[in-house]
Ligand binder design. Structure first.
Ligand code: HEM
Length: 417
């Protein structure tokens, strides 16, 4: 084979036959292509529609890729030392070319990823997409469980990154998380010791969070995400295809599938994936251009800001902790344990086993707000509103000493030097 032919072969393996002429070519375009080989050659139009998945899973993944790329560049500039970390961030802000932009993209990308993954979970729930419909081989509840772990990993990725600037905001927000862990009966102090690498937050904490943030957690997300995608193949496609299969199997249901026949993955899926990826990238760049990441004074363990608030996605835990801490002359309730561990733990467990217990009919698979799942949807929505409500309350109505104030009527506290 000549060099030219060889090069052409590599080119064909990396780039696809964008618009295949027939079924055979469409199949080859996918299986011979390095990037696309995990897709099936054809997908139903409903699986690819904008309104079914809202493409939130893809958006979550694109954000992860953006975070990885910007994160790797940041690693060349950041030093995980309590003496130097803060000043390397200052350098990024003021002396490294485009350093501020890189940091902003990484920071807003991380917040967006937490939001996108949560919204993706909501979409999966409301479309009954953890159900198996009429495909006997499908085990979509496994992917729901994998998703739950991915959600926790996403939160941990964001949380471990929050500490790295080593400023007052980072230091005290992380202190709150560590205190919640410490309130677990019996094991609490041990958990705190493992998390912080000592009895207080310091160099051992920073290096632990750093190692988890740049290696342990991204690797875990990468592995689980690969499994998440492989499962979709094993499950014979997104849950939306179940309507198509059901229509073929149960003519009596009279499901209208006109215009929903399978189409070639390339160009249909490829075109949309490229569009979604570009739109996500442009949005992160837009935010990074106009919104600056916060950076307060260097971390000072001897001066606690009042109030000290956790990152927004953990504010609901901080609020739960506050409202479940009850002290009377007769008994005391440990809010850190009840509000910080037991209640969220039970909520997470309930959400995970839900997919295994949902006995709604096959018709409800892959359909937004199917009428047979109305009660389930209401219970789930109440759970989401509970979390969002607590976050907003803690964000806007909690002032000094964690007392309730109107957002515009916070008292001025004397400056502590
Ligand atoms: C790092 C986080 C995650 C990433 C990157 C991710 C990615 C994806 C992608 C790309 C899809 C294909 C459909 C789509 O684009 O929406 C998908 C489907 C799916 N995901 Fe996720 N996901 C994540 C977290 C979650 C979570 C938190 C859950 C639920 C607890 C979940 C459950 C599922 C299920 C059940 C499907 C199949 C949906 C269907 O058949 O319609 N995933 N995921």
């Amino acid at each position: 084979m000549s060099l030219k032919e060889r090069l052409y072969k590599v080119w064909r393996a990396l780039v696809w036959t964008f618009d295949p002429a027939d079924r055979a070519e469409a199949g080859k375009a996918i299986t011979r292509n390095f990037w696309l080989h995990w897709f099936p050659p054809r997908m139903t139009k409903r699986s690819l529609s904008w309104s079914y998945s809202l493409w939130l899973g893809t958006i979550s993944w694109v954000l992860f890729v953006i975070l990885t790329v910007t994160g790797v560049v940041l690693m060349f500039l950041y030093i995980p030392s309590v003496e130097r970390a803060y000043w390397t961030i200052k350098d990024l802000e003021y002396s490294v070319s485009w350093g501020w932009f890189l940091r902003n993209m990484h920071r807003w990308g991380a917040h967006m990823m937490v939001a996108a993954v949560f919204l993706h979970m909501m979409r999966v729930f409301y479309t009954g997409a953890y159900k198996n419909g009429v495909s006997h081989a499908a085990r979509r509840e496994i992917n729901w469980t994998v998703g739950m772990i991915l959600l926790v990993l996403t939160l941990l990725l964001s949380y471990t990154g929050y500490l790295l600037p080593w400023d007052q905001l980072a230091y005290w927000a992380i202190t709150i998380g560590v205190k919640i862990a410490e309130s677990v009966p019996i094991l609490g102090p041990k958990i705190k010791f493992v998390m912080a690498g000592g009895t207080e937050l310091g160099q051992p904490t920073l290096i632990r969070f750093y190692a988890l943030h740049v290696m342990g957690l991204p690797l875990a997300v990468l592995l689980l995400f690969s499994y998440h995608m492989w499962r979709i193949r094993k499950d014979e496609g997104l849950a939306a295809v179940e309507q198509f299969r059901l229509a073929k199997k149960r003519k009596d249901l009279q499901i209208d599938t006109s215009g929903e026949e399978p189409v070639y993955s390339t160009p249909w899926a490829v075109r949309r994936i490229v569009l979604v990826s570009l739109a996500t990238l442009v949005w992160v760049m837009f935010l990074a251009t106009f919104l600056d990441s916060p950076l307060e004074e260097p971390a000072d363990p001897s001066w606690t800001p009042n109030p000290a608030k956790a990152p927004w996605y953990f504010l609901w835990l901080q609020e739960l902790l506050a409202i479940t801490t009850i002290r009377t002359p007769w008994f005391t309730i440990n809010g850190g344990f009840v509000g910080g561990v037991v209640i969220p733990g039970l909520m997470g467990l309930a959400a995970t086993v839900w997919a295994f217990l949902d006995k709604s009919p096959a018709e409800a698979t892959g359909v937004w707000f199917h009428k047979s799942r109305t009660v389930q949807n209401i219970v789930f929505t109440l759970g989401v509103l509970f979390i969002v409500g607590l976050i907003l309350f803690a964000m806007y109505f909690r002032g000094p000493n964690w007392k309730v104030y109107w957002p515009w009527a916070w008292p001025e506290l004397p400056e502590i030097i």
